[in-house]
Design a protein around this ligand. Sequence first.
Ligand SMILES: [Zn+2]
Ligand SMILES: [Zn+2]
Length: 420
Amino acid sequence: MSFRDFLLAVGICVGAVYCLSNLQFPHISPLSQTTTPHTIVQKLIINFVNRAADVSCHGPHSQSGHSSIAVLVVSFIWLYFTGSLFFDVTHYFLHKFSKSRYWILRRIGYLHEVHHLYFNRRLKFNDQYLWQNMICELPLELSCQLFGTWMGYLAAQTFSLAGPGLLSQELFYLVLGFEVIRSLVVAILEGRDSNHQSYSTVVPKDPNSFLVGPEYHALHHIDPSAYISSSFRVFDWFLGTSYTLRSRRIIMVGLSRGLREAMAKELQSKESVNCIRELSYDANHEKFIASLANTDIVIIGSEGASCETTVKIIELFKKHYKARPGTLLLPELWYIDSQTTIPFSPSGERSFNNRSRMYYEADDIIYRHVALSGFPSKFLGPYFAAKVMLWWIRRGSRYIAITNPGLGLWLYFNFFYGVQ
Ligand SMILES: [Zn+2]
Ligand SMILES: [Zn+2]
């Protein structure tokens, strides 16, 4: 989750709490006179949905009348979400099983492994496994989704949110039917659905930040231990598997000694990277370019490289980068601004702010911007900063602010909305 998504989520939560705190409860008759936690949750959810329906149908000042459309939409999303979440959990364990030392678990894991044999790490279909994919993977995926949806319906019943006017039994059957039809369509397409695209050069930059699209799922086929989620990214955010650093070649330039050592320790101890090298921008230009050409991720620190030098390094990397034969991943650039201040001046800072936003939007590179300043990074040290940074990167973040909340908010709005 990017910092922008995080702020959005916080905004929604604050808004929801504000709305709920101002709600009356005219629509529901109490099911019982005793107040239990689940009746409170029930009241809050029902009234929030009803209020949303009122606002959408009659404007923000309406107090009466409601549409069941909001209830239907929320119910549908809930049932589909629980179905896909249960499959994601099963998916994760199937990958673990396929590497187990126990024969029986490996055989169970093979039920999903055939899917990766059918659509391999090179993102090519292998028709030899077409029928195994059809017979093993598709029914397995469907049954998990159906079971998860049923669990979601049971959860709604537990909180008395299922019934007439709420999550109806008809809608439950409708979602089950939708999932069955969707699987039939995938079967008719022989598993070549919209999430399984063969990219000939590299996997394009993912335009989504919450839903799983073909770019995201392609990364799961390239690195099956990551990008587990099938429809919504919630499970990957929870596990921290929304990234891959497997076999990647990393260069660090311009980082302070403490941060360089902390990053190297974090990457070497927890990630299966190919190599980590340190580089200094010096006069030996050819050697520098040769090193940049043979790397996948460049981590640039602001302490050892001026804005001008940083731009030069980035442009050299973009120009001379050579992907390893067979790699389908975009190169990455992590810029760690450890001298972040409110950018009133000087002009150099402002100009790199413009550039960093341009790199952030670029399609030919994954740019991650890390604003590192003041408390807590200064007082808790580089190892803390490195851990927090990697924690967010494992959740797919491309803008990370490790600083005090006020400065963090200012920097965030300046980065996304203050740059022309
Ligand atoms: Zn797949
Ligand atoms: Zn898989």
